[in-house]
Write a protein that binds this ligand. Structure first.
Ligand code: FMN
Length: 357
């Protein structure tokens, strides 16, 4: 951890979580964050759905919702950064407080509800981002939209020219009935619209689908079929959970999506199931509760070609990014893997009930 982080982190923790979060993003924007640039080695550089990455560790959606800190985040060591969610029109999100820390559980609960500056403003920022660095955009729908499915296509149409990938986010628990779009028929229609918009771009981008960790096996199978038929480039597993198992923090009963350590096992099981269901043929991004090199490695061995992280950064700071990557390099070397790709899915059976994988 840098000296600046050692001083700043405890102070940020004293503030209300959303103000602390805003200040951290502002500090990144001002160039006060780490300066190293992407961590990379021959073993760590990898490919995700045709995108070359210097390493497999990315920033998950929701931290830089408005793409105001892309340049600073790009220097923190990540292999890729996902900004957003962006919705067609700007919207304020839910009333505050809407972000809660559960420090004892190394977790957070949020119910932001897609607060963002809107796709036009976000696209304008992405249009002038510095060269280099892989950046994706998380696509969302306006709360009061008459046609939410169309919203995803609209955001991609506006911002698609300025990003390297996009993620259809139908898995946030904080926009009422959004998760219903994970149903087979609804998802098929939505993806058809998004893929048509993508085909109209001068340079179509890989489109990922981000799913919830709370689907039944039957629902998961339907999502996979719709995703494959719809032509997605991969699946991001997972978003936050509505489950509240084993929490000790006083905010445990707050409404919203739970992220961080308590999500790790649940989201990794979903990842392993997806890898088994798709025979390892569909690129997967593993996200949920990663806070160490061992956990990033476990996601890869469960089936992830790349990993994303968010909540652990709130507790550990951005110094965690190079720390995880150095550890991941050592773990791959220890186990004789010459590349990240060689390790993908090799431990998936550890996460699956006998007979399911
Ligand atoms: C405050 C907050 C805001 C988030 N906003 C979004 C979002 O806009 N879109 C999205 O797909 N995921 C969003 N997420 C989910 C994260 O991208 C990630 O899937 C989840 O937090 C699990 O990873 P973690 O345990 O490393 O935090 C958000 C998470 C948090 C904590």
């Amino acid at each position: 951890m840098s000296l600046g982080e050692r001083i700043a982190l405890p102070l940020l923790r004293l503030l209300d979580p959303e103000t602390g979060h805003g200040l951290a993003v502002a500090a990144m924007r001002a160039g006060l964050g780490p300066r190293g640039g992407p961590v990379t080695t021959t073993r760590l550089c990898t490919r995700l759905a045709g995108i070359d990455l210097p390493n497999p560790l990315g920033l998950a959606a929701g931290l830089d919702k408005n793409a105001t800190a892309v340049a600073g985040l790009g220097r923190a060591g990540f292999g890729f950064v996902e900004v957003g969610a962006a919705t067609p029109r700007p919207q304020p999100g839910n009333p505050r407080p809407r972000l809660f820390r559960l420090a004892g559980d190394r977790a957070a609960i949020n119910r932001f509800g897609f607060n963002n500056d809107g796709a036009a403003a976000i696209a304008a920022r992405l249009a002038v981002r510095p060269e280099g660095g892989v950046v994706g955009l998380n696509l969302g729908a306006n709360k009061d939209s008459a046609d939410r499915a169309a919203d995803f296509a609209e955001v991609l149409e506006l911002a698609g020219p300025f990003v390297d990938f996009a993620t259809v986010n139908v898995s946030s628990p904080n926009t009422e009935r959004l998760r219903d779009l994970q149903g087979r028929a609804a998802l098929a229609g939505l993806l058809a619209g998004v893929m048509a918009a993508n085909a109209r771009l001068a340079r179509p981008v890989p489109v990922f689908l981000k799913i919830a960790p709370d689907l039944t096996d039957h629902e998961l199978a339907n999502v996979v079929e719709a995703a494959l038929e719809g032509g997605v480039a991969g699946i991001v597993a997972t978003n936050t959970t509505l489950a509240r198992d084993g929490l000790t923090g006083r905010h445990a009963a707050e409404a919203g999506g739970l992220s961080g350590q308590p999500l790790f096992a649940r989201s990794t099981v979903v990842l392993a199931k997806l890898h088994a269901m798709t025979d390892g043929q569909l690129p997967l991004v593993g996200v949920g509760g990663v806070g160490s090199a061992e956990q990033a490695y476990a996601k890869i061995r469960a089936g992830a070609s790349a990993v994303q992280i968010y909540t652990a950064l709130v507790y550990e700071g951005l110094g965690l990014v190079p720390h995880i990557l150095r550890g991941l390099e050592a773990l791959l070397a220890r186990d004789g893997f010459a590349s990240v790709a060689a390790a993908v899915g090799t431990g998936r059976g550890e996460w699956l009930a006998p007979g399911s994988g």
